[in-house]
Unconditional design. Structure first.
Lengths: 126, 372
């Protein structure tokens, strides 16, 4: 059973969003990290990059495969989690502590299109 | 004679299918079979083989027996390597090629202890294609072909502790006397078992061929003895580090053995199908060559990613790439224009939106540890 945190928003492509004011922390769900297996690299954008809802902002790499990260909201990247550069395994260890980017949102109403914990739980069907 | 039909609707299962389910392996279609990709972690399985011992279900591989007065002449006609003068009990690696030099398959040829008997071991994905090709070429030769693939299971036991495992768990003391690329015939439950000191990992190891029933029993005994089951995921990372090609990635109807840097397995002082084309390629008529590339980053070059010069000109494509588990480096095989194939040539790989600089390195990334 994968861990799903209450109070977060979830996308269909398994990113989670934690909102603090107008800033969104973005990571991937526990279900996603389990599906990927050992994560060996996190490809991240740079601070100041624009990101668009529904578009790729980076990727997770496991030994066998790479998986695109899709941004759930539009805005500007205000921070990247540089700790993941040297320790990508943190995503496996605790997917909800290992945020990948922080985004200053340009349109907070985009959050309404995301799922809550219960809806995400239904979607992954565990 | 072939009774294997690859029904696209119905994936085949090896004799160990239930054993994989019992171990809760992550299963995935491969070469028409439902195969285990990993049991717990590719990294753990990879390191088990590098440091201790691991076992693989490779029952999907194809086995074709060839016998008859002209069996040797026939195999030498379709095989790039030279089997004449090879003693019984020896195994030889090489390819079968089309007349244009493109690769039908890469394979092992076993010269059996019985005179005029040979075993060809071919890739699972190619069994039907290969057998049809072999049958077609065999016309006019006095030899018999038997595609025994469904009747034979296979386990690979690989790693520095493989010999100890074969001797202590299965009791085959003969293992100690086998050199790399040799085999002997032993018995298991009164049935023939081919004990072959071969593998596809860059480590010492054995491949065991016997009946599916025996394979299931042997797998269970090895598992009980603590041998790590290993999936196709680490089989690929292991063979890649050792510089070994995978048919479909580094060899194909479009990629000849010479392009893949496997010219040493082609013997040009004899005749074989594809020889003239390969000789011409060797003599300079070669557009692309397979190289190793190492990049200065942890990003991973995957198959299909473009290879570029420093000026951004596209000069090739990645065929296999990983962040190497044993070496902690991002490395790949790539087919590049011949002009850029020399060692140390600076080449970049485009990974998604970014370009990562690197250089051409030797394809054998990992120092292999074969039994002499």
């Amino acid at each position: 059973m994968s861990k799903i945190l209450e109070g977060l928003k979830y996308s269909e492509s398994h990113e989670w969003v934690k909102v603090e004011g107008n800033v969104a922390y973005i990571g991937v769900s526990d279900f996603a990290q389990k599906e990927m297996g050992d994560i060996t690299y996190v490809d991240m954008p740079e601070e100041g990059d624009d990101v668009l809802a529904g578009e790729e902002f980076g990727a997770l790499e496991s030994v066998k495969a790479s998986s695109e990260l899709i941004c759930p909201v539009s805005g500007v990247v205000v921070a990247v989690n540089s700790a993941l550069e040297d320790a990508p395994e943190k995503v496996n260890e605790d997917a909800y502590a290992a945020w990948i980017i922080k985004v200053e949102m340009s349109d907070a109403s985009q959050l309404d299109a995301l799922m809550d914990a219960a809806a995400y739980k239904d979607m992954i069907g565990e | 004679m072939s009774d294997i039909q690859t029904d696209p609707e119905q994936l085949q299962q090896t004799c160990l299918y239930q054993a994989h389910l019992d171990l809760q392996a992550k299963m995935s279609p491969f070469a028409g079979f439902m195969m285990p990709i990993q049991y717990n972690s590719i990294t753990v399985e990879h390191l088990a083989v590098r440091q201790h011992v691991g076992m693989f279900d490779v029952s999907h591989m194809g086995e074709v027996f060839v016998k008859g007065p002209e069996a040797e002449a026939f195999i030498n006609h379709i095989f790039t390597n030279e089997i004449r003068g090879y003693e019984p009990g020896k195994v030889l690696y090489g390819m079968m090629c089309y007349p244009d030099g493109g690769t039908v398959d890469d394979l092992l040829v076993y010269r059996e202890y019985l005179a005029n008997h040979f075993l060809l071991v071919v890739n699972a994905a190619n069994i039907d294609k290969d057998f049809a090709w072999i049958q077609e070429q065999a016309k006019g030769f006095d030899c018999k072909l038997d595609n025994a693939s469904p009747r034979i299971g296979q386990i690979a036991v690989q790693g520095p502790e493989a010999e100890k495992t074969i001797i202590e768990v299965l009791g085959y003391k003969e293992a100690a006397d086998l050199g790399f690329y040799t085999f002997c015939d032993v018995e298991y439950n009164g049935e023939r078992l081919i004990l072959s000191r071969t593998g596809y990992t860059g480590e010492d190891g054995f491949e065991l061929y016997t009946t599916p029933e025996n394979i299931v029993e042997i797998w269970g005994r090895l598992l009980k003895a603590g041998v790590q089951p290993c999936g196709l995921g680490c089989r690929d990372t292991l063979r890649f580090e050792a510089g070994l090609p995978l048919y479909g990635d580094e060899l194909s109807p479009e990629i000849s053995p010479v392009m893949a840097g496997l010219g040493m397995f082609c013997k040009f002082d004899k005749d074989f199908i594809g020889k003239d084309a390969l000789l011409a390629q060797k003599g300079g008529e070669l557009a692309r060559k397979l190289v190793g590339i190492e990049i200065e980053d942890k990003a991973i070059p995957r198959a299909g990613y473009p290879v570029e010069t420093a000026e951004g000109q596209e000069v090739g494509v990645v065929t296999t790439g990983y962040h190497s588990i044993s070496l902690d480096k991002s490395i790949c095989f790539a087919l590049v224009d011949k002009a850029y194939a020399a060692l140390d040539t600076p080449l970049s790989i485009r990974i998604r939106k970014k370009t990562f600089p690197g250089k051409v390195v030797k394809k054998r990334f990992y120092q292999t540890n074969y039994k002499k």
